[in-house]
Design a protein around this ligand. Structure first.
Ligand SMILES: [Zn+2]
Length: 155
């Protein structure tokens, strides 16, 4: 028998961990890849396959499934989890970068910024599935970064 006859069984949904880092990834909507992949990467997309997002900051893979991976260079935008630069958006929808959050925390308006993002999300204005590479809400990232900045101030 052809040893590859069953290879297509693993095509798509069954792989839940990044093939490079082994990190478990959450499923992302296909529209996220369509919105954020660069044209040369998008033309390789097999849209019948489900993709997951690798959140590991040390891993260059952004999206993966059994058949394909997309790396940071395949996206039109920087990925918060993978890029520590100050200009990288933490909240892609409402345009708050790491530098913006640092400035807000330093001036004591970090909580107000978080509250404004939360209000926009609650009002149904966020478009994380097409703006945020992780394909889901960025509010958790905003909270995590602000808490990290708060800890630095206290230290
Ligand atoms: Zn990975």
């Amino acid at each position: 028998m052809d040893p590859n006859c069953c290879a297509s069984d693993t095509h798509g949904q069954n792989v839940t961990s990044c093939p490079v880092s082994g990190t478990r990834g959450k499923a992302v909507p296909l529209i996220t890849l369509k919105a954020l992949l660069s044209p040369p990467a998008l033309v390789r997309l097999t849209p019948e396959d489900a993709f997951r997002f690798c959140p590991d900051p040390t891993c260059d893979v952004v999206y993966f499934n059994a058949a394909q991976t997309y790396r940071t260079g395949d996206l039109k935008v920087p990925v918060f989890q993978k890029d520590q630069a100050p200009g990288v958006p933490v909240c892609s929808c409402f345009g708050h970068t790491r530098a913006d959050l640092s400035a807000a925390a330093a001036s004591g308006t970090g909580q107000a910024l978080e509250a404004s993002v939360r209000a926009h999300v609650q009002a149904g204005r966020c478009g994380c599935e097409v703006n945020n590479p992780q394909g889901g809400c960025c509010l958790g990232n905003v909270v995590t970064v602000l808490r990290g900045l708060g800890r630095q101030e206290q230290a």
